[in-house]
Design a protein around this ligand. Structure first.
Ligand code: FAD
Length: 311
């Protein structure tokens, strides 16, 4: 790996940190998957830009990992650079009249941002009660719940492109819809954003937050999962309902099992493999297709491969 020594030559502790053969099971909510050949933690947007242009010039594959709460990493790991956003954590805000503009880097944890909003009585993020991960991950997939999503709050987003260029996307350039965001691309890192919240009252904000939090009782929040596995095919047809009616609840492969609490969650236990989860996903898709003629689309993202379905 000649490229690794080149990357190391650029290294400086206050710029980006480089680690070799890092187990990604410790960095994902499934706690599964093989190692990243190289795991890099940039501390600034400039460092992200350098890593991106390096990977593009040297033709080294690259993956971006936020909180790892919506990904399944292949058991063989990832043979390139994984950019972890955990050190991109700056946050500031400005209150203008009844609006709160939050300027936040992508590695900042969404639950921490929700906690700040609750404490200050800022409204807008209550829907995110119980959504783990980072702000960057939420923007990449337009994370949402309870009829709202993070895209509703966005004023602008900055991204670092494959060639290292930093682009600011204004509100009008951005398209967000159900679990979709036009800024997401495997070749791009979301570096920072501005979200607009509203000044409100702590009690009101807290009441709504608690109301949404209660709804989480219908989900296996304490298990090793990556949230909903599939997207809902349409607003009035939930993937969970289709999976349940197709008899998927309780199905298992190796250490992976379709949750008995919510059929759109896969829980893993013990020394489960990513390949168990993948085979279970394919098995569920087949069942739903056979019963309803509906092809379910993945919400979680697969990192690495090739993936093989073992029946
Ligand atoms: C218990 C549980 C409950 C959940 N509930 C919900 C829910 O109600 N609603 C919902 O929408 N999701 C839910 N999720 C899924 C997940 O938490 C969200 O999708 C979350 O926003 C993912 O953020 P992350 O930082 O963990 O992203 P990761 O899992 O790290 O990454 C997800 C994808 O985003 C990309 N990405 C991450 N950061 C960046 C970045 N800075 N720049 C570019 N790309 C990036 C990754 O490359 C990957 O493709 C749940 C998950 C769990 C485990």
């Amino acid at each position: 790996m000649q490229w690794l020594s080149k990357l190391k030559r650029n290294q400086s502790d206050d710029y980006y940190e480089i680690y070799e053969n890092v187990s990604l099971s410790s960095k994902t909510s499934f706690r599964l998957g093989g190692p990243a050949k190289v795991y890099v933690c940039p501390r600034s947007e400039r460092a992200v830009a350098d890593i991106m242009s390096f990977s593009s010039k040297e033709d080294v594959p690259l993956w971006v990992l936020g909180g790892g709460t919506n990904v399944l990493v292949h058991d063989d790991g990832l043979p390139g650079i994984v950019v972890g956003t955990s050190k991109l954590r700056d946050i500031t805000w400005e209150i203008r009249g009844s609006d709160v503009y939050v300027f936040v880097y992508s590695g900042f944890a969404l639950p921490e941002l929700v906690a700040i909003a609750l404490k200050n009585g800022w409204s807008g993020l209550e829907f995110a009660a119980g959504i783990p991960g980072t702000v960057g991950g939420a923007l990449a997939g337009n994370a949402g719940a309870n009829g709202r999503a993070v895209g509703d709050l966005v004023e602008w987003v900055k991204t670092v492109e494959k060639n290292g260029e930093v682009i600011q996307w204004e509100k009008n350039d951005l398209v967000f819809s159900y679990r979709y965001s036009n800024i997401y691309s495997p070749d791009r890192v979301i570096s920072q954003s501005c979200l607009k919240l509203k000044v409100s009252e702590t009690r009101k904000v807290m009441d709504l937050f608690m109301e949404y939090k209660k709804r989480r009782k219908m989900q296996p929040m304490k298990k090793r999962t990556a949230g909903c596995v599939f997207k809902n095919p349409s607003p009035d047809m939930s993937a969970g309902m289709l999976l349940e009616r197709a008899g998927c609840k309780g199905l298992s492969k190796g250490g992976a099992c379709v949750s008995n609490v919510h059929a759109n969650f896969i829980e893993v236990e013990g020394d489960a493999k990513a390949s168990d989860v993948y085979s279970l996903i394919e098995c569920c898709k087949e069942r739903v297709y056979a019963c309803f003629g509906v092809s379910l689309e993945l919400e979680i993202r697969l990192f690495g491969g090739p993936w093989v379905y073992v029946e």
